[in-house]
Design a protein. Sequence first.
Length: 326
Amino acid sequence: MNILVTGGAGYVGSVLVELLAKKGHSVVVFDNLSTGHRGAVEPSAKLVAGDLCDATEVERLFREHMFNCVMHLAGHTLVEESMRVPEKYYWSGLVCGLNLLTAMVRHGTKRIVFSSSASVYGEPEAVPIPETAPTIPQNPYGECKLAFERMLRWFEIAHGLSNISLRYFNAAGATAAHGESHEPETHLIPVVLKTALGQREAIEIFGTDYPTKDGTCVRDYVHVVDLAEAHILGMDALVRGTSGVFNLGNGNGFSVKEVVSAGREVTGVDIIAKDSERRKGDPARLVASSEKAREVLKWNPQRTSLHEIIQSAWKWMKEHPEGYLD
């Protein structure tokens, strides 16, 4: 199939494009390269540098290419930043998203897989979190993800735009070719590994007084390859006529301290960690139930060990200590 991947020069997007190419699909990547990297784009894919917030550029993209499906991963992803500059997230999440959907309708592209977030749930009433849990986001990042999901529902009703939203938390790990490279880096596992490489003096643990087993936040970490495979299974489900919302989780939650400890074991480095104040918008425990995805999408994550996830990221980072050189 002919597939558009927005944000395909980013972390999860680049791995998704890698897998799509291996399966023989024709892929166009649309990315403004503000956080993505040219060097992360699979060589067989076509990179179109452009911004979803520019309706003219989006219209040109759809006029010049015919797509059977859109994989929408573009957008900002930092919870703490969204608390300080919510307008940035509303703009990229909703204005840019509306440009994309409008172009899809105009040019007859009827399928979209959306990279959402389990942040839409806020502070959950029960863990693991099912799709039926109340959606009460605690930050603009989660709020904008939820708003776009609702936009998709109305576009399906009005225009027959079939869609699947994938709600997940922390993508982690790497393939041999693609890994996590952000500037600045805020995600826990790469921060731990950069500290092991000597690129940082220490890591900060934001909050040690949460109601968890060791006082630090608990999160669900899913290997990036398993996430990419879920996107492809979602596309296959759309072809079968299935739409909906699906959680993606590995079934386990790991605290910040547990991640740091596993990082020390994998790297063999005594990584220094310093306690710090809580960040605004961080719930205590976020672990998603993925039973629905397993049943409907036939998603079966293969890389659920925290040590395996960190080991794959560590291998890539050692080989790419400066990230992508572009």
